[in-house]
Design a binder for this molecule. Structure first.
Ligand SMILES: [Zn+2]
Length: 204
């Protein structure tokens, strides 16, 4: 087995074996993995009851997401299986991935958020679909964001009482997550949280 990020063998050094014993199903070596900066930033706003971002969107995170999303390297989903499972492993919560736009889905061939959850063996419910923005082509992006719904609920809501946790790869402005949370809350769900793998932080 080799590290998915640097291609070096994973089992060469005793310290790595120890590391792999803790992080059982990680597929990156400690040297690579330590370049990801754990931040565990947790916030809330008027729509999202909690947003938990696990890692800083630093240079290595940028490279990782580029390789994962645009080079379609689906194996990279395994790198974060363990940390994602540790924050999403709660049977009382329903995990809802942020869907990708159907056009992107064709281009990219797989949904990276679904792939992250599947690699971590986290059960999820695909309740959301993206709405089409084409009817509002004359408007600016900000005008469209202000007046349209980006998501619709495309499946039956299993329970209004459960806590729903949206999952996305990166939190940037929060617009995506807020729209998704609003769509769920409009269907009577009381509490919507979110977990994202990355979030940009101010450079030091
Ligand atoms: Zn490595």
């Amino acid at each position: 087995m080799t590290c998915l990020l640097c291609d070096k063998p994973l089992h060469d050094q005793p310290t790595w074996q120890h590391f792999l014993g803790i992080q059982k199903d990680t597929s990156a070596c400690p040297i690579c993995f330590e370049k990801f900066e754990r931040i565990d930033r947790i916030e809330q706003d008027d729509v999202l009851d909690s947003v938990h971002s696990l890692y800083a969107y630093n240079e290595v995170a940028r490279e990782y997401l580029h390789q994962f999303k645009f080079m379609q390297d689906v194996a990279l989903a395994k790198v974060f299986a363990s940390p994602l499972r540790s924050v999403l492993n709660d049977s009382k919560k329903l995990i809802v991935p942020i869907p990708m736009h159907p056009i992107n889905k064709i281009r990219r061939t797989f949904s990276q958020v679904d792939a992250l959850l599947e690699a971590a063996n986290i059960p999820y419910q695909s309740l959301l679909g993206k709405t089409t923005e084409s009817v509002m082509g004359e408007k600016s992006r900000s005008e469209r964001l202000a007046m349209t719904e980006l998501f619709q609920v495309t499946a039956d809501i299993p329970s209004n009482e459960a806590v729903y946790v949206l999952v996305d790869d990166i939190y940037t402005t929060g617009t995506t997550l807020r729209h998704a949370a609003r769509a769920l809350k409009q269907r009577g769900i009381h509490r919507v949280e979110a977990v994202t793998l990355f979030r940009p932080i101010r450079e030091k």
